[in-house]
Design a protein around this ligand. Structure first.
Ligand SMILES: [Ca+2]
Length: 185
């Protein structure tokens, strides 16, 4: 009799945590708030750094900028399950004092990779940030299903100057990035 109750209670506890997990998708990114310095979670390339003056939460953000021909980005790999739907998002900020201009833009994207590091298909991109916001704005990729041969996703925060001959400049801040499972509709 007692053992029966115990099992019922355990079943309820497991059910409770399953429901909670579904309701609040787990953020699979390491260091999503840029509070720890490279190489914790993110790899940085080009003109990118951790910034302590401007942030949305805690004490730091990720900052990328374009200067003449330079681009900047942060990226990290996350293991994924094929056939599962994922979505990535990040808050971005561009200041009027250092505006994005001349066609430079910033975004977040998902790239799928096989276990052998071969890229699969096209990147899944968020809308573009191409001018000053002076406030933190959330940018999200569309929800996307990991292909059948995908083993991992690369979540990438990019700032890019398309015309490298121009004197492009401007900087973008990233904070509170997410990458997680989205329930299929
Ligand atoms: Ca932060």
């Amino acid at each position: 009799m007692k053992r029966g109750y115990l099992i019922q209670i355990l079943v309820l506890i497991v059910a409770f945590f399953s429901l909670s997990a579904n309701r609040h998708a787990e953020n699979l990114l390491i260091n999503p708030g840029f509070e720890k310095v490279d190489p914790v979670g993110w790899s940085t390339y080009g003109d990118s750094t951790y910034d302590t003056d401007t942030y949305r939460n805690d004490k730091q953000s990720g900052k990328a900028w374009v200067f003449d021909y330079g681009d900047g980005l942060f990226e990290q790999f996350v293991n994924v399950i094929p056939g599962t739907q994922y979505q990535a998002s990040v808050y971005m900020l561009n200041k009027t004092a250092d505006p994005i201009k001349d066609g430079a833009k910033a975004w977040i994207q998902i790239e799928w990779f096989t276990s052998d590091n071969a890229i699969i298909g096209d990147a899944v991109k968020s809308p573009l940030l191409d001018g000053p916001t002076d406030t933190w704005k959330l940018f999200s990729t569309p929800a996307a299903i990991a292909p059948s041969n995908a083993a991992k996703a690369k979540v990438k925060l990019v700032m890019e100057a398309p015309d490298k001959k121009k004197n492009t400049d401007g900087s973008c801040y990233f904070d509170d990035a997410t990458f997680g499972v989205v329930p299929l509709k």
